[in-house]
Design a protein around this ligand. Structure first.
Ligand code: SAH
Ligand code: SF4
Ligand code: F3S
Length: 455
C-alpha cells in the first residue's frame, strides 16, 4: 500500500532540487508525495541555515509536527520524522537534542542513503544521524530517471562553496566546491526532457565556477556546458543560478551572445555597493569590477536583465557605505533583487565583528536602511514591468492560474505572466502581448502559437 510522504522545503533552489531527488529515492519504497503533513507516514523538513530566522523556523515547525506524530501513534500508526538540509548539516545533534522525537537527521550530501536510514528508523526507536561528507558521491547513486512536474526544472550541476564570504554558512553546510561530470549532467538533462521539460535551470551555489570533467578527462566550463546542453533536442530555454561575480568569464559572457536558448537574464549577487564593505565580506571583487562585467554583458546582449542580492547592516557598514549601495542600485537598475538585514551566524568570521559594539549596526538602523533599499529596488522592478506593456514576450505557460481558464507562465526575465488560455496550452511556449503590469506580475493576451503547434 502507498505510504504518504510530505516534504516541506525551505531556503534556496538547491533545496528544491534535493527535495525532488529525495522523493525519487523514496518512491521505490512505496512513498507517494502528499501536499499535507496531516496523517503522513513520513514528513521531511528540508531546511535552510542562511539567516537566524530561517533556522529558527524549523524548530517551531517541528513542535507542531510533534503533535501530529503523537496523534498518529495514538491510532496505532507511525510517522517518521526527518530533518535534512543545511540546519541538519550545521547542527545535527542540536536538532536531536531540541527535538528528540525526530527519527532521522541527514545532511544534503547523504540522502542517497535514505533507504538504509528508513529501514533503521522503522525498526527501532533509535535515531539516525548521518551528516557525513561521504566519499561515495550522492549523484552517482541517485536514480537515473527523472520525474518532472511540468515544463520547467532544476538541475544541480555544482555544489558547495570555497569562497568563504565572512557572513555566510554555505561553505560549512554544503562543503567544498564539487562539479558533476559533464556526461552525468547531460544524461540528467535528457532524462528531464524525456519527462516533458523544455526549460532547465542549471544550479550551483557557485554555478559559474563549474568545472566538470569531460569524458576525455578535459575540463568543461559552464560556458562549454551551456553550449552542450543547448544542442539537446526538445529544450527551449536554459538558465543558470547563482553566479559569483569574480567567476564571470568572457567566454560565459560570449555564450550569452551566441546561445539563443540561454535566457537574457542573469542573477548576479553583489551584496553591497561599497568596496570597503565588499572587502570586509571577503568578496573577491570590487564595485568597479562588477560594473565592468555588467558593461560587457550589456554589450554582448543588449537588453539583458540583471537581478541581485544585498545585505544591509554588515558589521562596520557606515552611512556613507550604504549610500554607495543606493547609488549602485540607482545606476544598475536591477529588475529584481533579494535584500536582507545582516544576520550573525555562529562560527563565521563576521559574527566576531558583530559581537563588538564598535562594529555592530543597530537593529533600527538596519531596518531603516533595508526599507530605503527595498523601496528603490521595488520601484525599479515596477518600472521594468511597466515598460513591458505593449511588447510581445515568449512565455512558457507552466502553471494553471487561480481562476479557471487562466494560465500563468514566465517571461524570459522570470516575470510571472497571467494569460487567458485553454488548458491544452499548459507547458507550451506562447507569444504573449503584455497588456498590464503590476509589481509582482504581468497580464497579457495570446498572440499566436509560437512553434510546436505550427511545426
Ligand atoms: N551563492 C550565492 C548565494 C548564497 S546565499 C552567492 O554567493 O551570491 C543567498 C543570499 O543570502 C546571499 O546572496 C546573501 O545576500 C544572503 N545571505 C547570506 N548570508 C547572510 C547573512 N549572514 N545575513 C544576511 N543575509 C545573508
Ligand atoms: Fe556564501 Fe559567498 Fe559562497 Fe555565496 S559565494 S555561498 S555568499 S560564501
Ligand atoms: Fe539555505 Fe543551505 Fe540554500 S543555508 S540558502 S538551503 S545552501
Amino acid at each position: 500500500m502507498a505510504k504518504k510522504l510530505h516534504i516541506q522545503t525551505y531556503g534556496c533552489q538547491m533545496n528544491v532540487y534535493d527535495s525532488e531527488r529525495i522523493a525519487e529515492v523514496l518512491a521505490p519504497l512505496g512513498y507517494v508525495l502528499s501536499d499535507t503533513s496531516e496523517d503522513a507516514d513520513m514528513v521531511i523538513l528540508n531546511t535552510c541555515h542562511i539567516r537566524e530566522k530561517a533556522a529558527e523556523k524549523v524548530y517551531s515547525k517541528l513542535g507542531r509536527l510533534r503533535k501530529q506524530k503523537e496523534k498518529k501513534e495514538q491510532t496505532g500508526g507511525r510517522m517518521i520524522l526527518g530533518v535534512t538540509g543545511c540546519v541538519a548539516q550545521a547542527e545535527g545533534s542540536e536538532v536531536l537534542r531540541r527535538a528528540p522525537y525526530v527519527d532521522m537527521v541527514f545532511g544534503p550530501q547523504t540522502y542517497h542513503r535514505l533507504p538504509e536510514m528508513v529501514a533503521k528508523a522503522s525498526r527501532a526507536n533509535g535515531h539516525v544521524l548521518d551528516t557525513d561528507f561521504p566519499e561515495d558521491n550522492k549523484f552517482d547513486s541517485l536514480p537515473k530517471t527523472r520525474t518532472a512536474e511540468g515544463a520547467t526544472a532544476y538541475l544541480s550541476i555544482q555544489e558547495g562553496c570555497d569562497k568563504f564570504c565572512t557572513y555566510c554558512v554555505v561553505p560549512y553546510t554544503r562543503g567544498a566546491e564539487y562539479s558533476r561530470p559533464t556526461a552525468q549532467v547531460l544524461d540528467e538533462a535528457r532524462a528531464l526532457i524525456k519527462a516533458g521539460v523544455s526549460e532547465i535551470t542549471l544550479l550551483g551555489q557557485n554555478v559559474n565556477a563549474y568545472h566538470g570533467e569531460n569524458e576525455d578527462g578535459s575540463t568543461c566550463t559552464l560556458a562549454d556546458l551551456v553550449r552542450k546542453v543547448a544542442t539537446l533536442d526538445g529544450l527551449d530555454r536554459i538558465r543558470y543560478l547563482t553566479s559569483y561575480p569574480a567567476e564571470m568569464t568572457d567566454d560565459l559572457i560570449l555564450a550569452h551572445a551566441e546561445v539563443t536558448e540561454l535566457m537574457p537574464y542573469l542573477h548576479l549577487p553583489i551584496q553591497a555597493g561599497s568596496d570597503q564593505v565588499l572587502k570586509a565580506m571577503n568578496r573577491q571583487h570590487t564595485v568597479a569590477e562588477y560594473k565592468l562585467i555588467v558593461e560587457k554583458l550589456r554589450k554582448a546582449v543588449p537588453g539583458i536583465a540583471l537581478s541581485s542580492d544585498f545585505i544591509v547592516g554588515f558589521p562596520g557598514e557606515t552611512d556613507a557605505d550604504f549610500e554607495e549601495t543606493m547609488a549602485l542600485v540607482e545606476e544598475m537598475r536591477f529588475i529584481q533583487a533579494y535584500s536582507f538585514k545582516y544576520s550573525s551566524r555562529p562560527g563565521t568570521p563576521a559574527a566576531l565583528l558583530e559581537s563588538q559594539d564598535l562594529y555592530r549596526v543597530p537593529e533600527a538602523l538596519k531596518a531603516e536602511r533595508l526599507a530605503r533599499l527595498q523601496a528603490l529596488l521595488n520601484a525599479n522592478t515596477l518600472a521594468f514591468n511597466k515598460q513591458a506593456v505593449g511588447q510581445t514576450y515568449p512565455v512558457l505557460l507552466d502553471r494553471t492560474g487561480k481562476t479557471p481558464g487562466m494560465l500563468v507562465g514566465r517571461s524570459p526575465y522570470m516575470q510571472a505572466v497571467v494569460v487567458k488560455a485553454e488548458d491544452h496550452l499548459l507547458n507550451t511556449l506562447q507569444n504573449v502581448l503584455i497588456t498590464e503590469a503590476g509589481p509582482n506580475s504581468l497580464n497579457g493576451e495570446l498572440v499566436e502559437t509560437l512553434h510546436r503547434a505550427l511545426a
